[in-house]
Design a protein around this ligand. Sequence first.
Ligand code: G3H
Length: 255
Amino acid sequence: AFMLEASEIGVLEQRVRETLGIDNCIVVPGNSDTQDWVKQEMGKRCAQLLEGMLHPNYTVAVTGGTTMAALAAAMPPIHTAENVMFVPARGGIGEQVENEANTICAAMAKRARSQYRLLYVPDPIGEESYQTIIEEPSVKEVLSIINRSNVVIHGIGDAMTMAKRRRTPAPLVAKIKSGVAVSEAFGYYFDAEGNVVHRVRTVGLQLEDLDKAEHVIAIAGGASKARAIASYFKLGQNNILVTDEAAANQLIKGY
Ligand code: G3H
C-alpha cells in the first residue's frame, strides 16, 4: 500500500470528527488488523499527544490490551512535567498478564521515567470480597489516586472478541450476546447505542468517573473495530480518538 498524503489524512480526520461528533482525532495510515507497525504508529502519536497534555503532578490512568501495550512501548521519557504518576484504570478484568492494565501501567511509567502505583485485586471478584477489598488501606489509597486521574487512556475492543479473549464464563457470554453488545472498554460492554450491557466487577475507574477526567483518550484501530468504536463513542464521554486509516474509512462509510 502507498502512503497517504498528509492532506488526505487531514480530510479523514475531519470526517471522523464529524461522524463521531468529537473535537480531536488522529488517524495514522494503514490497518492495524493486518499490519503490526500501524499499532506502533498509533502508539507513537498517542504518546506525543499525552506529552503535550501533561502538567506537574498529573495522574494518568491506563487500561490494558495490545494497542495500549504499543503505546507503552512508544512512550518517551517525560520532560514536559514533573512528578507524573501512572495508575491502572481498573483491577483485573480477565486478561492475560501481558495484556493487563497493571503490566501496561508499569511498562509505560518506566519508559516515561515516572512513578506508578499498581492495583492488586483478584480477578474476577465477587460482591462480598469487593466490599471488603475496597476498604483495605493499600487498595483504598491507590483507588483514591485513580479516582482523581487527570488523563484516562484506554483501548476499545470488539465485544465478542474481548469476551472470548478473556475466557468469560458462559452465562456472562450469553448475557453479552443477548444484550447485543458491540464494543468493550475498561471492562464495560456496550450495545450499538452505547448502553451498558455488562460490566466486569472490579475496583477502579467506573464509567461515571470519566466525567471528572480532564482528557479521556481512546486508542483503537483496524477495520474490524469500526463498529465497536462507533458504539463506544455514543456514550459521549470521550473527546479524543487515536485510530488508523482502515477504521476511519469504515467509520465514515457507516461500516
Ligand atoms: O478494551 C479493549 C481492549 O483492551 C482492546 O484490546 O488493543 O488488544 O485490541 P486490543
